[in-house]
Design a protein around this ligand. Sequence first.
Ligand code: NDP
Ligand code: OXD
Length: 317
Amino acid sequence: MSMETDHGRVLVAVNKYDPDRWVRIIGAEREATRDRELPVDPSIRYAVVWSQPAGSLTGLPNLKAIFSVGAGVDHLLADATLPDVPIVRVVDPGLTRHMVEYVCWRVLDHHRQGRQYRKQQIARLWHEPPQPSASQIQVGIMGLGHLGRAAARALLALGFSVHGWSRREQSFEGVTCRHGAGGLRDFLAATDILVVLLPHTRDTHGIVDHALLSQLRRDGPLGGPVLINAGRGKLQKDADIVRALDDGTLTEASLDVFETEPLPAESPLWSHPRVFVTPHAAATSDPGELAPAMLRQMAAHDRGEPLVNLVDRTAGY
Ligand code: NDP
Ligand code: OXD
């Protein structure tokens, strides 16, 4: 058991991403614990959370704020008993850089026909297929938020033509922006490579289904549309993606997230020849990179300063 300090304690309810390291790093500056010792615990002022079991943040009468270990907060908001305190999410240059790397890596691999060259190498085949230029490829980013905008900037710098889709009207130099249900059809019709960087909310649940994929541009220079999802698995319908690949609606997909995670061993996505799978690793939350900013925010809040990067609970992100 740890001693209480003036600052109160930090509850670390992290069910992924190396919880002990979070406790160690936060514990070096403030008292941190993984354990609730009492059903009603007035010593806890902040909680650092990833996918906490429902109810684990109740009975904390002095809780001032919840810090999500991720940029997405669907894992937190799924708990109907979540106390009504501010929620701070991750907006961090390191995490953003990781996501930008992932998006550029996958877009470039599809654009530069990585799958075909890997096949050719196995067959010892020396053949150069036609190579469209980046400017001919229309990349459509669903979710023009912190990560979507950073990805758009990097893709523009690589020479791609970039489109964006958001909930509210946005403007972004060099990007053709559309928004809302009214802008979705035109956004999809213009897109060769669809990059999904949306949050999972009531409104976006299952949005990436066969009907949506069938609206993507079909006559682009890649011979058909490509899907890249690094947002959330519950944005997509895994079975619809398999169907879209098999019936020619999609040519290839890079998926970092899945309806069920870890991706079940029996999922056909594992062995599909035109799917590239990563295990929700596009932009991992490293406590060494993220905890110092959380600690700075806690200290600033203790001094009476406002919290930043707050979640809008009504919008769900
Ligand atoms: P932001 O909150 O900054 O941006 C979210 C974007 O999605 C905004 O542009 C928002 O529109 C748009 N959006 C939300 N709801 C809708 C809707 N119903 N229709 C159209 N657009 C909508 O989030 P981030 O960019 O920081 O992160 C995005 C997501 O990436 C996270 O929520 C998380 O799920 C995922 N993620 C995945 C990681 C991984 O490793 N795979 C790592 C980190 C994050 P508007 O601009 O109008 O508000
Ligand atoms: C996040 C994630 O939301 O890693 O940050 O998925």
